[in-house]
Design a protein. Structure first.
Length: 118
């Protein structure tokens, strides 16, 4: 009996330990301006903004849309667009990190290039 209980407890601790260090990545890319003609120059590449939310047992943090909007606003603050400039090659990436099976951290990163049209 004691041996079975010890084995079950050891197995549980081992599974939690292995599951506590996992992360999942996902994302997508969309084009926000038509670059079919060579009438532009790149002003900045890989302008980035990010936002993070933490959930404990699925409670807390922000929704997915709010994370994307916050990351986009941080990116726009870094880009400082001027007249005749636009964001292109926009990507939205998510990283979900799991800690001890009960804490989840979601990080949203939005990146884009800034072009200036002639």
């Amino acid at each position: 009996m004691k041996r079975n209980l010890f084995f079950a407890f050891f197995s549980f601790v081992l599974i939690i330990s292995l599951a506590s260090c996992s992360a999942l990545h996902s994302g997508y890319m969309n084009d926000s301006a038509a670059l079919s003609q060579p009438n532009f120059t790149y002003v900045q590449r890989n302008v980035e903004g990010s936002s993070t939310a933490t959930y404990v047992l699925g409670i807390g943090g922000l929704g997915k849309q709010t994370l994307v909007n916050s990351a986009k606003m941080n990116m726009m603050d870094a880009a400082l667009l001027k007249d005749n400039q636009a964001l292109v090659n926009t990507t939205v990436n998510f990283k979900n990190s799991f800690y001890f099976g009960i804490i989840v951290t979601v990080t949203c990163t939005v990146t884009a290039d800034v072009v200036e049209f002639k």
